[in-house]
Design a protein around this ligand. Structure first.
Ligand code: SF4
Length: 363
């Protein structure tokens, strides 16, 4: 990728770190909402370079991690059907349901395929008219345009054998839930740049105002993250509230208006369960009723699904910033990427996976 180097420039990183050490006078808890940022922070050891007064906690912005267990169990039930080709992004395959994961369904003969885009799943539906093709449409605002495009494409092609299992989550309601919790520790937020690239950041000033906090729109390269933290700490130290866009090369206040418009034609806002957290009102997107024919939950009669969550997994507390992955008694012992007890250990954006991969051998 062009221009990556300048966002990993050691001299710029050192300057930002020195400035953070110079200006920080008090203890601050800052949450990066996005699991992609969590991985970058752990990969580059950014948390170790900060002044000791700054604590980073990790938010719920990992779509795989917050997909409700019941929906994963539904995915497993659909994927096990002989008339179905089940398609998904790769990191969903090892996410544990109550008893199984998609890998074990595939090992038992289920036709489970990894795709890189929902449009690939539409193509599979075209090529397999005698099969039902289902795409597991998980994600935050970022993935919504591609997911709804697949529905529009399938409709235009008059496909009757394509549907999606929807798990679309929205960031601003999750921020409300975290900041409104009586146990909240978060004093400043790094907002996820890719979500804001689609939706803009116009939704955030009322949140900053309501909870009297600074919110910094932040990118994903090390220099982006350091500048996001520096901007946030400057605001915290000055007692400023409000939103600053520290990712202007990608994000505008209004976001991608054509993408927002197309999302609205296919999705409506609805209440949503978050794995480990619970119900957050108006925190998801569901398919509009006129697209019921493409709604896998309505297409397949799955009967009653009884879920069973791991009794030791504390992922819900990690996703709200109450605890860190290495405070989980199962971390690196019963729970590893090969033997995951929770989704945060397998997702490429999961906090437990980031700690396991980059920080488990730290002294
Ligand atoms: S280490 Fe495993 S069991 Fe512990 S919180 Fe993370 S995913 Fe859950």
């Amino acid at each position: 990728m062009q221009f990556t180097k300048e966002f990993r420039n050691p001299a710029l990183a050192k300057a930002a770190i020195n400035e953070l050490h110079r200006i920080t006078t008090r203890n601050w808890v800052i949450m990066e909402i996005c699991g992609g940022q969590t991985h970058a922070i752990m990969q580059y050891g950014i948390d170790q370079l900060l002044p000791p007064q700054i604590e980073l906690v990790h938010g719920p912005g990992c779509p795989v991690c917050v997909t409700p267990l019941k929906l994963i169990d539904k995915a497993l039930a659909i994927a096990a059907r002989p008339d179905v080709i089940f398609t998904s992004f790769g990191d969903m395959l090892r996410v544990p349901g109550s008893h199984d994961d998609l890998f074990s369904i595939r090992a038992d003969g289920g036709d489970v395929r990894t795709v890189y885009s929902p449009l690939d799943a539409v193509k599979i539906a075209q090529e397999n008219p005698d099969k039902e093709v289902v795409f597991f449409a998980i994600g935050f605002e970022t993935t919504a345009p591609a997911n709804v495009m697949s529905i529009i494409q399938a409709k235009n092609l008059e496909l009757t054998n394509y549907s999606i299992l929807v798990s679309q989550a929205l960031v601003p309601p999750a921020m409300h839930a975290i900041l409104g919790s009586e146990n909240n520790r978060v004093q400043g937020f790094l907002a996820a740049g890719h979500v804001c690239a689609i939706m803009g950041y116009w939704e955030y000033p009322p949140i900053a105002e309501q909870y009297q906090i600074p919110i910094t729109v932040t990118g994903f390269e090390p220099i982006d993250i350091l500048n996001g933290i520096l901007t946030n700490v400057r605001q915290l130290e000055a007692g400023d509230i409000g939103v600053i866009n520290a990712y202007p090369r990608v994000v505008t206040e209004q976001g991608n208006l054509p993408a927002q418009k197309i999302i609205e034609t296919v999705y409506r806002v609805c209440d949503r369960q978050w794995r480990g957290i619970g119900l957050i009102p108006q925190s998801g997107w569901c398919l509009r009723e006129e697209f019921d024919a493409f709604n896998a939950e309505k297409k397949f009669d799955l009967g009653h699904i009884q879920t069973q969550e791991s009794s030791v997994c504390i992922a819900g507390q990690i996703l709200q910033g109450f605890k860190k992955p290495d405070q989980c008694p199962a971390f690196g012992k019963e729970c590893t990427p090969r033997t995951p007890l929770g989704a945060t250990m397998v997702s490429s954006e999961g906090a437990c996976a980031a700690y396991y991969r980059f920080a488990r051998n730290r002294k």
